[in-house]
Ligand binder design. Structure first.
Ligand SMILES: N[C@@H](CCC(=O)N[C@@H](CS)C(=O)NCC(=O)O)C(=O)O
Length: 105
């Protein structure tokens, strides 16, 4: 039987990571369990990407930093808490922006 929640994944998810980061592994694992696809941006050896992450994350420097539809979520603890509260699925089901001219239900 297919997990119906996986059919609803529509959000654009970005995750800033380093390769030696247990919280990044946990965050990616949670997103994968949810059926989300994500863009991973490694900041370990990329100072420009790191600066961009810090700007987008309002000064936070820890990894991971996670964005759903360009909205800053925080790190693993934050998305894990969203999931515990039952709010993550809805965020992941939200497309990045309203499609123009194609709102067929
Ligand atoms: N509460 C954060 C913890 C993240 C964390 O501690 N990340 C480590 C790497 S796994 C880190 O970036 N440490 C360096 C720092 O905090 O500046 C989360 O859930 O994402």
């Amino acid at each position: 039987m297919q997990d119906s929640s996986q059919n609803k994944i529509r959000a654009q998810v970005e995750i800033y990571t380093t390769s030696t980061c247990p919280y990044c592994v946990r965050a990616k694992s949670l997103l994968a369990r949810k059926g989300a696809t994500y863009t991973e941006i490694y900041v370990g050896f990329d100072s420009e990407a790191l600066q961009r992450m810090i700007e987008r994350a309002y000064g936070q420097r820890s990894v991971p930093q996670i964005f759903i539809n360009d909205q800053h979520m925080g790190g693993f603890d934050e998305i894990n808490e969203l999931n515990r509260r039952g709010e993550l699925d809805a965020l992941l089901a939200t497309p990045p922006r309203q499609p123009s001219g194609d709102s067929a239900a």
